[in-house]
Write a protein that binds this ligand. Structure first.
Ligand code: HEC
Ligand code: HEC
Ligand code: HEC
Ligand code: HEC
Length: 174
């Protein structure tokens, strides 16, 4: 067999490997709640559930949205893909990566922390290196700026430090 052929086969095999690799899929906030809603470790779920992120879909039916829609020939902002892609995780990710994430949950945990289907197990979550290798994201400014940018008709200047402080949900046990 020629060296060239062997090299080509290696490339093909490597390609197959990649396509069989485990995908990280979106499971939704209800799955995180099981482990992340205890008072002693910070009730992350409740803090998020009462935040504007979890309720971001409501803004699309506010008077402000309706006025904007009227002026810009948008029939219904609550059904408008160009608004939904920033107001709900569900509409911002590839459809075939959605496991149990729901459209109703607005900007959910996984928009900031990455798709959780693989890192969600206790054994992986407890080991930061493993969790990061399994899709967990500890968000940087760039993650926020996927949505906090001028494409939003109601954009306000975004300061990462101040914004992170506003949505803080730390684990007091750490
Ligand atoms: C089976 C329980 C369990 C589930 C389900 C779970 N986690 Fe965790 N998670 C943990 C444990 C345990 C830790 C380690 C202690 C800590 O940092 O709070 C952790 C840590 C984290 C951390 C901090 C990581 C670090 O290194 O600072 C983040 C962020 C996180 N989880 C997000 C999520 C999100 C988002 C989901 C849902 C998609 C989720 N977790 C689902 C148990 C779980
Ligand atoms: C998937 C899109 C998306 C991502 C990613 C995102 N946000 Fe937001 N954020 C929104 C939307 C939409 C709103 C407005 C919600 C509303 O008022 O309807 C918002 C509102 C906020 C607010 C105002 C809430 C308040 O209580 O005043 C803060 C602060 C904020 N985001 C911080 C952040 C930070 C920090 C990050 C990154 C770690 C981030 N956001 C990532 C979409 C996103
Ligand atoms: C690029 C992402 C993005 C797009 C596209 C987007 N939004 Fe938003 N929207 C945001 C973010 C982020 C905020 C929070 C802004 C802030 O507080 O800094 C927000 C806030 C809002 C608010 C609250 C404004 C306020 O002052 O309280 C309304 C209403 C709104 N958006 C409606 C819409 C409508 C209607 C559309 C579609 C025509 C749309 N958005 C498209 C990201 C987006
Ligand atoms: C808008 C973005 C955003 C959303 C939505 C979000 N988080 Fe976070 N999360 C962050 C940021 C930013 C940090 C802080 C990282 C740091 O301290 O550097 C964080 C930290 C954490 C931590 C670690 C706390 C600690 O002190 O160790 C956990 C656990 C966590 N988030 C779980 C969740 C869960 C569960 C949800 C949904 C119910 C969620 N987060 C939703 C942005 C977000």
């Amino acid at each position: 067999m020629s060296k060239k052929l062997v090299a080509l086969m290696c490339v093909a095999l490597f390609g197959m490997n990649v396509s069989f690799a485990q995908q990280f899929e979106y499971i939704g906030a209800a799955k995180c709640k099981m482990c992340h809603n205890k008072p002693q470790t910070g009730k992350q779920y409740d803090i998020w559930a009462s935040s504007l992120h979890a309720n971001a879909l409501k803004s699309l039916s506010s008077q402000q949205s309706l006025d904007y829609a009227k002026k810009n020939n948008i029939a219904d902002p609550t059904k408008e893909k160009t608004c939904l892609k920033c107001h709900a995780t569900y509409y911002s990710v590839k459809e075939d990566l959605i496991q149990t994430l729901t459209a109703q949950e607005g900007v959910s945990c996984e928009s900031c922390h990455g798709p959780g289907s693989v890192y969600k197990s206790n054994a992986i979550m407890k080991d930061q290196a493993k969790a990061l290798a399994s899709g967990l994201i500890l968000p940087t400014k760039e993650v926020c700026e996927k949505c906090h940018n001028k494409e939003n008709p109601f954009h306000k200047p975004f300061n990462f430090e101040t914004a992170v402080a506003k949505i803080a949900h730390p684990n007091p046990a750490k």
